[in-house]
Design a protein around this ligand. Sequence first.
Ligand code: ZN
Ligand code: ZN
Length: 354
Amino acid sequence: MKDYYQILGVEKGASEDDIKRAFRTLAHKYHPDKKGGDEAKFKEVSEAYAVLSDKKRRAEYDTYGRTFSGAGQASGFGGFDFSNADFSGANFQEFDLGDIFGEFFVGMSGRGRTRRGRDISIDIELTFKEAIFGAERRVLISKVGECDICKGSGAKKGTAMRTCESCNGKGAVRETRNSFFGTFTSMRTCPRCKGRGEIPETPCEACAGEGVLRRQEEIVIAVPAGVSDGEMIRMPGRGEAAPGAVAGDLYVKLHVKDDAHFSREGSDLVTTLPIKLTDALLGGEYRIDTLDGEMTITVPAGVEHGEFIRVRGKGVPNGRGSRGDLLVRVHIEFPKKLSKEAKKLIEQLRIAGL
Ligand SMILES: [Zn+2]
Ligand SMILES: [Zn+2]
């Protein structure tokens, strides 16, 4: 059985004020949104406070060592079921513990809360060469965007904004509700002004005063040089707009098509060059394709099958102003059939000890 008094560090006969004070101190200390906070401890402290701050439940706890009324009831002996309660991240910031925490929650609720428009993601396909040298794509996206006519204000051109009467310009309204902690006052984004604190005197006709509307928008995506298949480009603020909030982000997923001649290995490109056996022995010159056009390379005498010839600077741009290399894999084509003539010559090579 948990000792709620011990958890809060108070005496059995502690006054309501003592309990409140103890809880406030410990909740400050352990709040999971705080640096060095401890979620488990915070839950424990909150659970203790929920019981000891409630006269009826405290009496039950004092007498029977458990509570029968309130939220604790559902989970049976010894406490509460916190499994459905989300203390982590943004959800918890919805609470405004106002009179309990005092200044601690100022700035976490109401207008201070970050609201964002929806993120959107699109896929685009690139050729092998586009992925290496970069490309520009224009895509038409249907999304909720800022109204062009009123520039997001929601007001008809030439008309003024006035303070929202629902929230007195605060952008948020108080809402009282019950939870297992007891009664809470939470701050909700004002439904009337959507958190902006002001509303248009005369609404913009294009967007009905919303400041945003669903429309087609052409977005220019500049794909940088040297991207790989599966890579994601994030374009901040190019997602959906939301009234009175910052726009979401646009994520562009890149799909790079394979190439018949080249493959990539980091910032290097790999290609295969078939050469004749005689050129492997004596050396020779070959025309090869690169992404920058054709060029001649020298195959050194005595090159081995599978050996790489490195052509500097003909690979993938690395984003720091230089490029990787082109690696030419030598593929020696051994003749499958030899003419009588050739056979004779090669037998002479054997005699020569090769
Ligand atoms: Zn408008
Ligand atoms: Zn309002």
